[in-house]
Design a protein around this ligand. Structure first.
Ligand code: KIV
Ligand code: ZN
Length: 503
């Protein structure tokens, strides 16, 4: 805990997280994420490892001078050139490290334990002489001789270090082992203890929590658990477990967790697995009839906490496990109110599709409902398509121009894309982005009849920034027109719903 009783969150998304194989960010992208982490309320942002490249230096400098509330930290080996470069970046904290396990000392660094200890002490003294906060990590601590580990930690404490960190570098610790190690270190060093757990055995979160229970007061975490190899302990999981299960406080504004996860996933290009705790697509999704009935009667029956706590909404999925209550609720969300007879028929068709191994999307459900129920009464459209033009071919950049009328005002724009549909969708989104902030979440195209004049059946799902979802469908001989019609329909549905809820 920091002095105020809060567990400190040391975010390393932009350092260890960026070391995820295949990930490399521009300084601007790193700054964008740093600003979001700051809004989220992390205590420290490890902005990067300056010695690795000139782009990294630029990134750390940019973040250090952005005027954020969080402590901005740069990573440095216990080498003067690393430390000087980090200092030049304008950070207020340096995280310095050297490996302490015999495996690393012998095969990687090729130095003795005594040499490692001396380098660590000199580095800490050097950083302190520049007036910066310093955190020291004993890399591969969990495979180090505990006696030597304590010796080096005590030496850096005497040298003036501010925090010491225990990295489980290759993720081999168990919760019991981490707890034991934290207690041992705590018995010898009267200084804040941090943990840095990797997820090679899927234990990073459990190990971090066990270490905190044993007395550590800071955790190194990454958004979505990204990081070297199998990643680091996931911030969202550790924080929510601390708040909900361990009765501990952090300064994280949990309501921003989901949007932060989405942003990191988008910028880093790393998809979050659907069943990932807290931020995975399915974390608050329900399909089975028993579960949907349960959550509709009382959400706590099948949810550990209100999804709004992490900036999310629950959603229901039609499928072979679904029941009448869930499907009715889902349809009502889409603005469809079937009769008892109609709902029975819809559920039967949904189960039939599910039994064929099909995932029943909102768009499918909408398609089934619209063929089963009478056509849903159309409200006055807020967004109207006036004109649409596309250019496509070989050796031309596919381009679409659209003219929309929104609430009586005319908007015209053009966009390019990978093809005519993509360009048209982008052009619509360009106009509606500022007004409605609605994005395309799912797109499916099917041909209803056989030849080149086949009818195109487009099913789409759109979502606004508040998580309101609408599905829409359009059919026509022209794929681009059908896609645009479906998109406009989806946007109208969300706008109408928003307007109705405001009334
Ligand atoms: O995993 C690790 O040991 C590290 C150190 C730099 C702390 O990332
Ligand atoms: Zn690491």
């Amino acid at each position: 805990m920091s002095q105020d009783g809060f567990i400190r969150i040391f975010d390393t998304t932009l350092r260890d997280g960026e070391q995820t194989p295949g990930v490399s960010l521009t300084p601007q992208q790193k700054l964008e994420i740093a600003k979001q982490l700051d809004k989220l309320g992390v205590d420290t942002i490890e902005a990067g490892f300056p010695i690795t490249s000139s782009g990294e230096v630029e990134s750390v400098k940019l973040i250090a001078k952005a005027g954020l509330n969080a402590e901005i930290c740069g990573l440095a080996r216990v080498e003067k050139k690393d430390i000087d470069l980090a200092i030049d970046c304008g950070v207020s904290c340096i995280h310095t490290f050297i490996a302490t396990s015999d495996t690393h000392l012998q095969y990687k660094l090729k130095i003795t334990r005594e040499e490692a200890l001396q380098k660590a002490v000199e580095a800490v003294e050097y950083i302190k002489s520049h007036g910066l906060t310093v955190e020291f990590s004993a890399e591969d601590a969990t495979r180090s001789d505990p006696e030597f580990l304590i010796k080096i930690f005590k030496a850096v404490v005497d040298a003036g270090v501010d925090r010491i960190d225990i990295p489980d570098t290759v993720g081999i610790a168990t919760p019991a082992k981490i707890a034991e190690l934290v207690k041992l270190v705590k018995a010898h060093c009267n200084i804040p203890i941090s943990l840095h757990c990797h997820n090679d055995f899927g234990l990073a979160v459990a190990n971090t929590l066990a270490g905190i229970e044993a007395g550590a007061t800071q955790a190194h975490l990454t958004i979505n658990g990204i990081g070297e190899r199998a990643g680091n302990a996931a911030l969202e999981e550790v924080v929510m477990a601390l708040h909900c299960l361990y009765g501990k406080k952090t300064k994280i504004n949990t309501k921003l967790i989901y949007e932060t996860s989405r942003m990191v996933s988008r910028i880093m290009g790393i998809v979050v697995q659907p069943n990932k705790a807290i931020v995975g697509e399915n974390a608050f999704g329900h399909e089975s009839g028993i579960h949907t009935h349960g959550v509709l009667s009382h959400p706590l029956t099948y949810e550990p906490f209100d999804p709004a706590l992490v900036g999310r909404r629950r959603w229901l999925q039609a499928g072979k496990h679904a029941g009448t209550h869930g499907i009715r609720a889902q349809l009502e969300e889409l603005g469809i109110y079937p009769t008892d007879e109609q709902i029975k028929e819809i559920v039967r068709k949904v189960k039939e599709l599910g039994d064929k191994g099909k995932r029943v999307s909102d768009a499918d459900l909408l398609a089934i409902a619209s063929t089963t129920c009478e056509k849903v009464k159309e409200e006055e459209r807020i967004v109207k398509l006036l004109d649409l033009g596309v250019i496509t071919g070989i050796n031309v950049v596919p381009t679409a121009s659209v003219k929309l009328e929104i609430d009586g005002k005319i908007y015209v724009t053009a966009e390019t894309g990978v093809g005519p549909v993509d360009s048209a969708m982008k052009a619509i989104q360009k106009i509606t982005d500022n007004l409605a902030n609605i994005r395309l979440k799912e797109y499916r195209l099917e041909a209803i009849t056989g030849g080149s004049d086949a009818l195109a059946d487009v099913l789409i799902k759109v979502e606004d920034k508040d998580g309101n979802i609408a599905a829409a469908r359009a059919t026509g001989e022209d794929i681009v027109v059908a896609s645009v019609d479906a998109m406009i329909e989806g946007i109208n549905k969300i706008l109408l719903r928003r307007r109705l809820t405001k009334l």
